[in-house]
Design a protein around this ligand. Sequence first.
Ligand SMILES: [Zn+2]
Ligand SMILES: [Zn+2]
Length: 185
Amino acid sequence: MIPADRAQRILELLAQEGSVRVADLSQRLGVSAMTIHRDLDELEQRGQLRKVRGGAVPVVPAGGDEERCLVCGMRPRRRHQVLLRFADGSERRACCPHCGLLAIAHNYRQISNALVTDFLYERPIGARQATYVVAPQVSICCSPTVLAFEQRSDAERFQAGFGGRVETIEGAMRFLEAMTRVDLR
Ligand SMILES: [Zn+2]
Ligand SMILES: [Zn+2]
């Protein structure tokens, strides 16, 4: 496990500088290049950065906020956006899990990786590991609302307050497909 303070320092440098290099991190943090490589592997697995040759870049490209949802055309917001990576290496965003899961359900352009955003903590999490609340009594982004949570207990607490159903990704996709017609662009 990577120590939390080193992980945080790496992510801060990444946010400040737009990219980080292994050699530079190794010098600044006083650990070996091998250790930095392992740190970056772990952070990549957590969905917090993307490794590139000799370093890493942020998962969400800087300044990408004007990019529109690939399903509905709305502007994605950080709190509930979904990042989709395709087999050809390109990336697009969906505004919320409603649109993101529809894209996954229809296997739009061979999605190789999908990250949803934890609604409470604004952290990216693997779409398949997340727990979803579908159709709560609050309307957030697309209708019916679908929100993602890293912890099932958080999803259950949200449901206790705002209603809806707690679902796995499969359950949420079945619900959406039954409710919605989709027109991918
Ligand atoms: Zn959308
Ligand atoms: Zn949406």
